[in-house]
Design a protein around this ligand. Structure first.
Ligand code: PMP
Length: 447
């Protein structure tokens, strides 16, 4: 195959060219079929050829595709906003939702919204953001600065605004032996209070966290009670809580909003991948009543805007995606197939000498590969273990998503699975079988 004219992430490798999608499978120009076990990056939650979504997109193309939001709103965007507001945990969404093109854009918008909230209320000194490490919040400079991912930040460090980071819960390595889950949750959440006090409570604008950490930490849920304590701390200091549900939201963890399972709601919520399931690029920012009303009663103007906001085709597609998820009862399948995937991974890999941890929630699971199970020592980064497992699985026709720690030596390699919500029991078995074969092949090859 010729070198690609498109600038992809890797300039050294050639990629197969995708020409079709059939349910959970993608097909390349040589006719090879790949079972998409990771939704690309936890995006394609309805497979690749959903008839209802495609019909909705075609219908909207026949009406109108784009009209700038300085002049018009449009029906699919209005309907999608209402759909989300009606289903969000009480308090999450006020009357209004902002639609953007990507998760990074949504994170930038969330940070700016938090800044605007405090400015509207006469607190301009609140400029400091606190986030967690490891975490990933996007690739644009503000989102990258917010994320706690050493490897991705490193080349751009001089360009990044200062953000305070606290450690994210990571039971496999951070929960002390003998520590109860409640004590562990409290200890991890209280790191936020300490950081707020360190930065000066009146200077802190927002705390940002993924309810279930995705790409940076391999599908890591928080311990029970963690987010309740986070909510208390944010309320006590008038700090806005921004939940980044870009990857874990829209059903991926078994509930439409991942935070539903924590019994609290955020002040600002970002959504993206599962929102449009990849049929069109789309992201959303929802904000609680107090944030919206501060703007309504203040300047009355959103200090943020992008050309493709509320794109009619993108919102029509996302609305159809969400209707399919609801009408077909797919969250029940996420939970059922998720339980199956968890069990299948445990059966095949829990005793493997180089698999240290298997973790996740819903249809969002990861394995963490380590050099030594007793010491939990990670493999050296240069061995590219996660990438090699991904390559072995891909060679066997299954797509998985590899992430190699944070390049700071604190994390093992992990391989993430995020199959479609429509997955069948047979597909789940094939995913678990292939991942186990790929782990064996990648580690044997390195032995
Ligand atoms: N936040 C989280 C939690 C993500 O996983 C991602 C993407 N992996 C982003 C933000 C950024 O989204 P995008 O790549 O669409 O800009």
């Amino acid at each position: 195959m010729n070198m690609s004219s498109v600038l992809h992430r890797s300039l050294k490798s050639t990629l197969p060219s995708v020409v079709g999608g059939e349910g959970s499978y993608l097909v390349d120009d040589a006719g090879n079929r790949y079972l998409d076990a990771c939704g690309g990056a936890a995006v394609s939650c309805l497979g690749h050829d959903n008839a209802k979504v495609i019909a909705a997109l075609k219908h909207q193309l026949d009406q109108v595709s784009f009209a700038h939001t300085s002049f018009f709103t449009n029906a699919p965007a209005e309907e999608l906003a209402k759909f989300l507001v009606d289903r969000a945990p009480e308090g999450t969404g006020a009357g209004r939702v902002m639609f953007l093109g990507s998760g990074s854009e949504a994170m930038e918008a969330a940070l700016k919204l938090a800044r605007q909230y405090h400015l509207e209320r006469g607190q301009p000194e609140r400029v400091r953001i606190i986030a967690r490490s490891p975490s990933y919040h996007g690739n644009t400079l503000g989102a990258l600065a917010t994320g706690g991912h050493a490897g991705r930040r490193a080349p751009f460090q001089p360009l990044l605004m200062e953000v305070g980071h606290i450690e994210a819960p990571y039971a496999y390595r951070l929960r002390e032996s003998g520590e109860t889950e409640a004590d562990y949750a409290r200890r991890m959440a209280d790191l936020l209070e300490a950081k707020i006090l360190e930065l000066g409570p009146r200077n802190v604008m927002a705390f940002v966290a993924e309810p279930v950490v995705g790409a940076s930490l391999g599908t890591q849920p928080a311990p029970a009670g963690y987010f309740k304590r986070i909510r208390e701390i944010c309320d006590a200091h008038d700090v806005l809580f921004i939940a980044d549900e870009v990857m874990c939201g829209m059903g991926r963890t078994g509930s439409l909003f991942a935070l539903e399972q924590e019994g609290i709601c955020a002040d600002i919520t970002t959504l993206a991948k599962g929102l449009g399931a990849g049929y069109q690029p789309i992201a959303a920012v929802m904000a609680a009543e107090k944030v919206i009303s501060a703007i309504e009663t203040g300047s009355g103007t959103l200090w943020n805007g992008h050309t493709y906001m509320s794109h009619a085709v993108a919102t029509a597609g996302a609305l159809a995606v969400q209707q399919v998820i609801e009408d077909d009862g797919l969250l029940a399948n996420v939970r059922a197939r998720g339980g199956q995937l968890q069990q299948s991974l445990h059966v095949r890999l829990a005793q493997h000498p180089n698999v240290g941890d298997i973790r996740g929630r819903g249809l969002f699971w990861s394995i963490e590969a380590v050099a030594d199970r007793d010491t939990k020592a990670p493999f050296p980064v240069e061995r590219s273990v996660a990438q090699n497992i991904q390559a072995e699985a891909f060679a066997r026709g299954v797509m998985t998503y590899s992430a190699q720690g944070c390049a700071d030596g604190r994390l093992g390699d992990h391989v993430l699975l995020a199959p479609a919500y429509t997955s069948t029991p047979d597909e789940i078995e094939r995913i678990a079988d292939t991942l186990a074969a790929a782990v064996n092949a990648a580690l044997d090859a390195q032995a």
